[in-house]
Design a protein around this ligand. Structure first.
Ligand code: HEM
Length: 326
């Protein structure tokens, strides 16, 4: 994955750098500006996870979610879902098998029985490289300032040495054989609230019913540029693709504010239900432009935790959406 970072720098050089930032720019604006420096500016596209495909299906809850949360999502009825699979990075033409396309993303918009929507935005990272929005901006700035041939130690090497979770997080991802064969993690902690007001911190995990399957970096590099985008549409045309929506429950005392620190694997995993994807949308390119997935777009009974990364994400997604909608 270190290779991915350096590949991203090489790409950054090939696509050129954007203009100077205003001194008053917020962290979110600077983050989007820096993503545009690294990947080039591509009007109409997301500053990150620019390449994706939109599909549709439904979510059928198990009985377990309703025991933890009063959310309408778990109250028996199935909800329609709109799902976007994506490659990381801000380049809309990035080959799906390229290192910087990791971690791949899965965003789900649940169309709830009360007419509202709720979002879950996940990717294949097991934990995040840094703890908050300021540190993520610093990581991106270090990456942008470390092109191939930069004097050693590069800004990126210095940053990674000071943030040991970052290289570890990025080493935890590799290219899947299919979007349907990857596990996607919520990374940030959220909180279930039940009808009696009892609070239970948790993290989402979306696990493929077909099982995980990954390629070596060498085999990933040999794949056709759109192999993941094309394969998922062809797969759904043959038969539905399913994922289990799980919640990893925190034990009392587990911290919730640091997304670089996963909870131990022995924490209870609860099966919240099944996401079944059975339809490609007719015009994915048009559909994805109008879609905005936000980690804060929740429903009564599911709340944000004290993890500061969630708000940093909301702000940055809003800036990116505002710019790509112009
Ligand atoms: C401070 C940390 C982060 C920043 C600044 C950031 C930034 C962004 C931005 C600017 C976008 C484009 C949004 C849009 O135009 O709609 C985006 C998309 C996305 N991000 Fe993040 N991100 C962060 C952390 C994460 C984490 C922790 C995850 C997963 C757990 C994640 C998963 C995704 C996915 C899946 C998308 C594509 C959403 C879609 O399909 O529309 N990001 N991110």
């Amino acid at each position: 994955m270190m290779r991915s970072l350096f590949a991203a720098v090489t790409l950054a050089l090939s696509v050129g750098f954007a203009g100077a930032q205003a001194q008053t720019a917020s962290v979110a604006e600077q983050t989007v500006d820096t993503l545009n420096k690294i990947w080039g500016s591509h009007p109409g596209f997301r500053a990150n996870h620019a390449k994706g495909v939109v599909v549709e299906g439904s979510f059928t809850p198990s009985i377990e979610g309703a025991k933890l949360s009063k959310a309408i999502l778990f109250q028996g009825k199935a909800s329609a879902v709109t799902v976007r699979f994506s490659d990381s990075g801000g380049l809309p033409t990035l080959p799906d098998g390229a290192g910087p396309a990791n971690p791949h993303g899965l965003s789900v918009k649940f169309h709830l029985a009360d007419g509202s929507d709720m979002d879950i935005v996940t990717n294949a990272l097991k934990f995040f490289p840094v703890a908050n929005g300021e540190e993520f901006l610093a990581l991106l700035q270090a990456l942008a300032a470390s092109p191939a041939g930069a004097p050693k130690p590069t800004k990126l090497e210095t940053f990674l040495a000071a943030h040991p979770a970052a290289p570890k997080a990025m080493a935890s991802v590799s290219t899947p054989t299919s979007f349907a064969r990857e596990t996607y993690n919520g990374v940030d902690a959220f909180v279930f609230v039940d009808a009696a007001g009892k609070r239970q911190p948790f993290r989402f995990k979306i696990v493929p019913v077909a099982g995980e399957e990954h390629l070596s970096a060498a085999d990933a590099a040999k794949q056709a540029p759109n192999f993941l985008m094309d394969e998922i549409v062809a797969r759904i045309a043959k038969r539905p693709v399913s994922f289990k929506l799980l919640a990893q429950l925190a034990n009392p005392g587990d911290q919730t504010k640091d997304p670089t620190q996963p909870w131990p694997d022995d924490r209870k995993l609860v099966d919240l239900g099944t996401i079944t994807i059975d339809k490609a949308v007719a015009d994915s390119k048009t559909a994805e432009k109008a879609l905005l997935f936000l980690p804060s777009n929740l429903t009564d009974g599911i709340e944000m935790s004290d993890d500061p990364l969630i708000d940093a994400r909301n702000q940055a997604y809003g800036v990116s959406f505002g710019r790509r909608s112009q």
